[in-house]
Design a protein around this ligand. Structure first.
Ligand code: ADE
Length: 238
């Protein structure tokens, strides 16, 4: 089995890469910015594909995630894509900082396209998640939530309106783009998301995100170790 993580930020992937001692395959995707790490874990091939950087900062957002996911699936042919990273969440839904969630759905929240239902439906995305997501969440005792993706870190009132109308819970900048490519190439996708900030908590988003990034990424590493143990049969479904 080959499992491929798609991750936007170095900070999100580093604790995990170091935990498994997986090594970079230099220049694998050149001239594209995405970067490949590869290793073997308990009989499973583990890939981590980072979106890459431009001018010294991580390429967050849908465009880079699309390039990374498309390249990863076409070149590596994984059995499962895991989009792992940080997100905003809502205190009103009981979320707290560094809580880790498994995605039970995925949508876009900032695509406002007028027209008939077909345009609206396509704009929202609402792609399928891996059918084993719920069993995994139950086995690991992780909460589930719907991933909602947009191109900005902040949240405008029209974003919140869309999120509330369609049940979004975990606000990120890549999930639905990764899900879109997976739907095109018939590759199952699992979401593992850790909360850095509370969208309804009143704090300034970037400040709260920066303050909690380390803690959330540590929680993400711990959860991903459990995910790997589950996928390699070390944790049994009860
Ligand atoms: N990543 C972490 N926090 C986020 C937020 N509030 N919105 C979008 N992406 C995020």
């Amino acid at each position: 089995m080959r499992v491929c993580y798609v991750v936007a930020m170095v900070a999100e992937a580093k604790p995990f890469i170091e935990r498994y001692g997986i090594k970079e395959v230099e220049g694998f995707f050149a001239p594209l910015p995405c970067r490949l790490y590869e290793g073997e874990v308990k009989g499973m091939t583990l890939n981590v594909v980072l979106n890459g950087q431009q001018n010294g900062s991580d390429l967050v957002g849908c465009e880079a995630a699309t390039v990374a996911t498309l390249s990863a699936i076409q070149r590596l042919k994984p059995d499962l894509i895991i989009n792992s990273g940080t997100c905003g969440a809502f205190r009103a839904n009981g979320a707290g900082i560094a809580d880790v969630f498994i995605g039970n759905g995925v949508m876009f929240h900032d695509r406002r396209v007028p027209g008939d239902d077909a345009w609206g439906t396509q704009s929202l995305g609402n792609y399928a998640v891996w059918e084993g997501s719920q069993a995994l969440a139950e086995a690991l005792g992780l909460k589930m939530g719907k991933v909602t993706t947009g191109s900005s870190l902040d949240m405008q009132p029209c974003d919140l309106d869309m999120i509330q109308r369609h049940g979004g819970e975990l606000k990120d900048m890549e999930g639905a783009a990764v899900g879109f490519v997976c739907s095109l190439l018939h590759t199952p996708i699992l979401y593992v998301k850790s909360v850095t900030d509370l969208c309804d908590g009143g704090a300034e988003t970037f400040e709260e995100f920066s303050r909690n990034l380390g803690k959330a990424c540590e929680a993400l590493k711990v959860a991903n170790e459990q995910v790997i143990d589950y996928l390699t049969g070390q944790i049994r479904v009860v």
